[in-house]
Every structure is written in structure tokens, then in C-alpha cells.
Design a protein around this ligand. Sequence first.
Ligand code: SF4
Length: 451
Amino acid sequence: MKRPAIHIISLGCPKNLVDSEVMAAALLESGCALTSREEEADIILLNTCSFILPAKEESIEEILRLAQWKAAGKCTRLVVTGCLPQRYGEEIARELPEVDLFLGTDEIGRIGDHIRRLIETAAPAERSVTPEPVFLMTAENRRRISTPFYSAYLKIADGCSNHCTYCVIPAIRGKARSRTQEDIMMEASDLVRCGVRELIVTAQDTTAYGRDLPGKPTLPDLLRKLCTIADLRWIRLLYTYPAELTDDLFRSIAEEEKICPYIDIPIQHIDDGILRMMNRRGNSDLIRDVLRQARDIIPGVALRTSLIVGFPGETPARFKRLLDFVAEARFDHLGVFTYSPEEDTKALALPGHVSGKTKEKRKSRIMEAQALISEEINRSLVSSIEEVLVEGESGVPEYPYIGRSRRQAPDIDGVTYLRGKDLRTGDFVNCRITAAEEYDLFGVVIAQKET
Ligand code: SF4
């Protein structure tokens, strides 16, 4: 019998992407074929995101598009997995009969069985399978990496036990649960053996790592262990929680050459009243202290944050406090979300909701202020020497290659355009920065290193 060809579409964050990669490998192991072309697929699997309204809308739009595709006879089965069915399984199964199967986040490891049953039965008995999420990937779950060969996300934990009042993630993903250090090391070593040189450490909250494990291993311990993997060149840390950042973590970043001097610290807001209503641990003093410590301990550290504007109760004065703080803190990279009122969250019932128009205006004001700061910081890097990972050709004649410095994470930060000769994708080079724009750097290669 011909092997069913499956096309996977992954929406949302890097953590979701890792789930898609685990499902891709499991499907191959269970005898399916994968195709990158939608038109060749017998089955299309859409791994969705639904943490805020725009993500939900994107997921629904994609389902509707694929439902039409299926109705036109282009594929025989449509499967929707991940956060959207986990959150609204029964409801959307009723509303979207074109979808053959909805699977929650706990079904990742059993995807092969589900697909086999789907092929064998004309109509599955249960169209929505969404038990309480407890799944945690291990090194035994193989992954089919979909990022470039030299870079991969490393998911060290799943779920979240922080209950920020605006966030549905704990309800969708379950409680925080960490992988053991041994298991993570096994997977990381395998990834490096297959050519990965940059590992990007992720979880819903990476600083919660280990709290649920016997002996309570810490994130700095784990990072130091990862540094012992011989051919690994860069380790990058995303999604930390300000109140959980420790001296030890900063020292590990400062002392270990392989850990990029880069930390993603989503602070969400700076106004103490808003932070309290968000149920965030730590106040504005703590956030200021943490940023100061990071900069004192890690020379040249690049700090990234994300903010929420228009949270209920964000008066003009509170917003001004945030805007002033953006100017004061001078983050290297910054993203802004407008507050999204989500059902089943405590924030929804708070007084003082802000209009959509005001939220958008506030977002623009922060982005404008940050653009100037990012440009100034980037300009201050001109003449410095930066190590860059070459990612390919740029199509820009003056700087024909493109890459990322230790200060730049993939997809969310800018890039570095490079002038050099015969650079290979995946190479590490030293370059002198010659020019800078708001988000991107430009440099001339002065020394090529081995990959
Ligand atoms: S830390 Fe807060 S915002 Fe982040 S996933 Fe957990 S609950 Fe959501």
C-alpha cells in the first residue's frame, strides 16, 4: 500500500515548532511519508496556536483555507493539533465538520497511532481528543528539525505554573514540568552530532527549570553542562522570568564563552499596580535591579524584552511610566503586544479595559521610541568586532551574505549583512561592523573560523 504523504504546517512559537518536529519524526517512524508540498499531501496536519486573539484568528483562517482545499479534492484528511483544539476542542469540532480530527497537546507522542486509525476508519469515533496535558517530550521522541541545519530549539520544559492573569498558557499546556538534565544532554548531544552549532533554549518559563525535579537542578547548572558538548558553538536563552533571574545565571553567561551574552527577559510592564494586577512576581525595583545586575555581570550583554500595552487599568499616567521606562532601560531588542482579553483569564474581569484604538496607539508610541534606541545602540557597535553565524546569501550586492551575531536571535531580532569571500552557510566568522540601521548590522569579514 502506498505510504500516506503528510504535509505539516506549524503556527505559533518555537515551542510549538518543536512539537511539530516531534510529530514529523513520529509520523516517519510509523510509516508515513512527509511532503513539503501541500498539493502532494494526502493528509494535512495543522499544528495551531491560540494564546491570544490574533493567533486564534490566524489558526481559524488557516483551517478554513485548508477545509476549502480539502473540499476541492486536493487532500483526503485534515487534522488539527495543538493549542487551539486543546482550548476549544469540542466547540470547534462541532463548528468545523470539515476537519477529520482535532488533537490536543497531549497527543503529540501518539500522533502515529491517530493517523493510522484515521486512515483505517472512514470516520473516527472521536473527532476531538484533548485530555489534560501532561506530555513532556524526551530524547526518545526523535525530532525532524525544520530550522536550518546549524540551529535548533531545545525545549527543556513544558507547561507553566505561573498564573499571570492575562495568560491562558497554564490552562492549555498544563503545569510546569522539566526534562531531566541527562535527557536534555542526550538530545542536545545528538543534535550537535547531526550538525547543529547553535542551541536556543526554550520553555514557557526557562527560569522555572528544575523546580519540579528531584534534587532541583538549576538552569545555570544545565547551561554549564551543555557547554561541555564539544562541537556546540552557541547557546542562547529565551523566555526568562525577571524575578527568577539569579547572580549564578548571569555568572554562567559571563563565564562560559559558548553562552551568548543575550537574554530574553519579558517584563510585560513596569507600573507596580499593573504588575500586581497581572499577578507578576517582583515589582519595578526588582526589574531595575535585575537589568542592572545583568549589565554589571555580563559585559556587552544584549537584552530583549516584550511588553503588553493596554492592560485593564492602564491609565495614561501608567502608560507614560512604561514609555519613560523604555527610554530609561534601553533594551537592545523589544517587542510589544496589545493586551488581548481572553476568556477564562482573571484579567478579563478587571475594571478599566482600554479601547482597541488606544492600545494600537500606545503600541506604536513604544515601537517608535524603541526604534530610535535600537538604532543608537546599533550605531554604537560600528567599528566593533562581532562573531557572526553565516546563514546564506543576502541578494544585496554590497553585502552578499547574511548572518546573525551573538546579539541576534533568529526570526525575532535583526540580522547582520556581511561582506566576505566564499562564505559557507553555517560558518562562524569574525567581522568588523561598518554600518548600522535600526534593526540590522553590516560588517566586513576579518577572519573566518571553522564551523
Ligand atoms: S510566565 Fe505568565 S505569561 Fe508566561 S506562559 Fe507562564 S503564565 Fe503565561
